[in-house]
Design a protein around this ligand. Structure first.
Ligand SMILES: Cc1cc2nc3c(=O)[nH]c(=O)nc-3n(C[C@H](O)[C@H](O)[C@H](O)COP(=O)(O)OP(=O)(O)OC[C@H]3O[C@@H](n4cnc5c(N)ncnc54)[C@H](O)[C@@H]3O)c2cc1C
Length: 487
C-alpha cells in the first residue's frame, strides 16, 4: 500500500520546493513533493533558463561586434532556428525526467498531481492522469510540516479586450517556436525589458509600452535610462507614459481555421497594430485553489511568513512557505536561500529545538530585508543589491552616494570598445557601511557578488578600502567608487 504520511510535504516542486525537500531529507526527515506540472517549475521551463537562453546569443554577437579585431570576423546574423533549438535544450524540451531522476537519487518522493489542503497538515492530491497517477485522489498527512512552495503566475491586466485576444504571458514568450512579426510588450519591469530585447534580437518588430516615465521603475533611475537607450538603438520602439485603453482583434484574411487577424491596441497616444501582445505586468500568488480557507487563511493571497518562512496566523505553526508564494523576493536564488533556511528550521524543530529566527542565524532569511541581489539580463545588464538611494531615504537612513562611469575603468575599456556603463554605491552615512549598489553595463552581473558580500557583511568602508580589485578588471570600479566617495 502506498505510504501517505511523510515528515514534510512540499506542495510545489519548483526550484524552491526541490531545495527545501532536499534540505530536510539531508537532515534525516522523509519528504514528498507534490507537483502539478513539471518538476523544476517556472524557472527551468518558462522563466530564468529559457529567457536567458533566448538572450544570450544576441548578447554574444554584440559582444564580439564591440571588440575591434573580433568584429571583422562577424559576417552573419543570428541564426534564429539555432537560438530556439539551444533554448529548447536548456528546457530539456519541457521534459522533467532528469529532475525526477535527481529527486529519486536525493531520496525525495515525487507525486505528480495537484494538492489541496483539507485541514491542519492534511491534503488531498488529485493525481495527474499521465505519469504516476490515474486521476484518483490520495489523502496525505505530514508529521511535522507542510511547505507551500506553489509559486506565482502571470497577472493579465484588466484592459478591455485584452484577455479575449489571448495575449502571450511570460510562459508563451519563453517557449514560442517562432517570432511574431510585430510584438507589443506591455510592462517594462525586468521580464518585459528582457523579453522585448530577446524577441527584437530574434526578428520581431517590438513596441515596448511603458506606463510610467521610465523602464525598470523600481531600480535606480539611471538603470532604466541606459537600458531604454540601448533598446531604442537596437530598434525597439520604447513608448513611455502610455496608457493602454483597449485591445481588439481585427479581421483576418479569411484563410480559414487559425487565420487570426492582427491586434489593434488603443492607447492614449494612438493606435498600434501588432500580431502578438506580451503582458508582462506582474505576478499573482498561486494560492487560489490551495484550500487555504480550511486552515484559516484567505485563498488567493500571498502567504505572510516570519523570517524562518513559517506562515503567520496558523495554529500549531506547521505551515511554511518559501519562494514566490511568500512574496518576499521573487527570484529563484532568493527563494532557494529561503528554502535552505526554512528546511533547516523545520528539521531543527522536528528534533525538538526552538530554532528561533534570530537575525543572521541559520534559521532566519535575514538577507530578504535589505540584501537581495538581482540582475536584469538586458544588454547592458543591470545588477543591483540592497537598497536604492530612494529606498534607503524612505527607510530613514542618512545616505551619501558615490557614482562612477564604468567606461573610465581600464578593465572596462579592454572589455569592450566604447564601454558605457554606470555604477552607484549607496552608503549609510552614520554606520559608514554600504547598503546598496547598482551597476549597469555589459557584464555588470559579474560585479554583483562583491557588492552582495559587502552589503550582507556590512563591511565598513575603511575595511573595504583594503579589498583591492585586480588590474585591469571591470571590478576596479569599486576602487573608483570609494575614491569618489572621498577615501
Ligand atoms: C520570464 C521570467 C524570467 C525570470 N528570470 C529570472 C532570473 O533570471 N533569475 C531569477 O532569480 N529569477 C527569475 N525569475 C523569477 C523566477 O522564475 C521565480 O522567482 C521562481 O521560478 C520561483 O520559484 P518557486 O519555486 O517559488 O515557484 P515556481 O517555479 O512557480 O514553482 C511552483 C510550482 O508549484 C506547482 N504548483 C502550484 N500549485 C500547486 C498545487 N496546488 N499542487 C501541486 N503543485 C502545485 C507549480 O506547478 C510549479 O511547478 C523570472 C521569472 C520570469 C517570469
Amino acid at each position: 500500500m502506498a505510504d501517505n504520511t511523510y515528515d514534510v510535504i512540499v506542495i510545489g516542486g519548483g526550484a524552491v520546493g526541490e531545495v527545501l525537500a532536499e534540505r530536510v531529507v539531508k537532515r534525516g526527515l522523509s519528504a514528498a513533493i507534490i507537483e502539478a506540472e513539471l518538476l523544476g517549475g517556472e524557472c527551468s521551463y518558462w522563466a530564468c533558463m529559457p529567457s536567458k537562453a533566448l538572450l544570450r546569443s544576441g548578447e554574444a554577437l554584440r559582444a564580439a561586434k564591440n571588440v575591434e579585431g573580433a568584429t571583422e570576423a562577424v559576417t552573419g546574423e543570428l541564426d534564429v532556428a539555432a537560438v530556439l533549438a539551444r533554448r529548447d535544450s536548456f528546457t530539456n524540451n519541457w521534459d522533467d525526467s532528469n529532475q525526477r531522476e535527481w529527486a529519486n537519487g536525493a531520496g525525495i518522493t515525487v507525486l505528480k498531481g495537484r494538492a489541496r489542503l483539507v485541514g491542519p497538515k492534511r491534503m488531498v492530491v488529485r493525481m495527474n492522469d499521465s505519469g504516476d497517477g490515474d486521476g484518483a485522489e490520495r489523502t496525505l498527512e505530514a508529521r511535522h510540516a507542510v511547505a507551500a512552495c506553489v509559486g506565482s503566475f502571470p497577472r493579465i491586466p484588466d484592459i478591455p479586450g485584452l484577455r479575449e485576444v489571448r495575449p502571450w504571458t511570460s510562459r508563451d514568450a519563453t517557449s514560442a517556436k517562432e517570432a511574431p512579426r510585430r510584438l507589443a510588450v506591455i510592462g517594462a519591469g525586468p521580464v518585459g525589458s528582457e523579453l522585448a530585447q530577446a524577441w527584437n534580437d530574434l526578428g520581431s518588430q517590438v513596441t515596448l509600452l511603458v506606463a510610467g516615465d521610465r523602464m525598470l521603475p523600481t531600480l535606480e533611475p539611471f538603470a532604466g535610462e541606459y537600458v531604454a537607450k540601448a533598446h531604442v538603438e537596437a530598434g525597439i520602439d520604447v513608448r513611455t507614459g502610455v496608457t493602454v485603453q483597449s485591445v481588439t482583434r481585427l479581421a483576418g484574411t479569411g484563410g480559414g481555421e487559425g487565420d487570426e487577424g492582427p491586434i489593434s491596441i488603443q492607447t492614449d497616444q494612438g493606435e498600434i497594430v501588432v500580431d502578438q501582445i506580451l503582458a508582462a505586468t506582474g505576478r499573482e500568488p498561486s494560492t487560489g485553489d490551495l484550500g487555504l480557507e480550511t486552515v484559516g487563511l484567505e485563498p488567493g493571497t500571498w502567504l505572510d511568513v516570519d523570517d524562518s518562512c513559517r506562515v503567520n496566523g496558523v495554529e500549531g505553526g506547521w505551515l511554511y512557505s518559501a519562494g514566490d508564494t511568500n512574496h518576499r523576493a521573487l527570484f529563484t536564488h532568493q527563494g532557494k536561500y529561503q528554502a535552505r533556511i526554512c528546511g533547516d528550521a523545520i528539521a531543527a524543530r522536528a528534533q525538538g529545538e526552538h530554532a528561533a529566527p534570530v537575525a543572521w542565524s541559520p534559521y532566519a532569511a535575514t538577507a530578504d530585508h535589505g540584501a537581495v541581489p538581482a540582475v536584469v539580463f538586458t544588454d547592458p545588464e543591470v545588477a543591483m543589491v540592497g537598497l536604492t538611494e530612494q529606498a534607503a531615504i524612505d527607510q530613514g537612513i542618512t545616505v551619501r552616494v558615490a557614482e562612477y562611469e564604468i567606461g573610465n575603468v581600464a578593465g572596462a575599456s579592454l572589455y569592450a570598445d566604447g564601454y558605457t556603463g554606470h555604477a552607484k554605491l549607496v552608503v549609510d552615512q552614520e554606520r559608514l557601511v554600504p547598503v546598496g549598489f547598482t551597476a549597469v553595463g555589459p557584464g555588470a552581473g559579474d560585479l554583483l557578488h562583491a557588492a552582495t558580500v559587502a552589503v550582507v557583511g556590512e563591511v565598513p568602508l575603511d575595511r573595504l578600502w583594503h579589498a583591492v580589485p585586480a588590474y585591469p578588471t571591470v571590478s576596479e570600479v569599486w576602487l573608483r567608487l570609494l575614491e569618489t566617495y572621498g577615501m
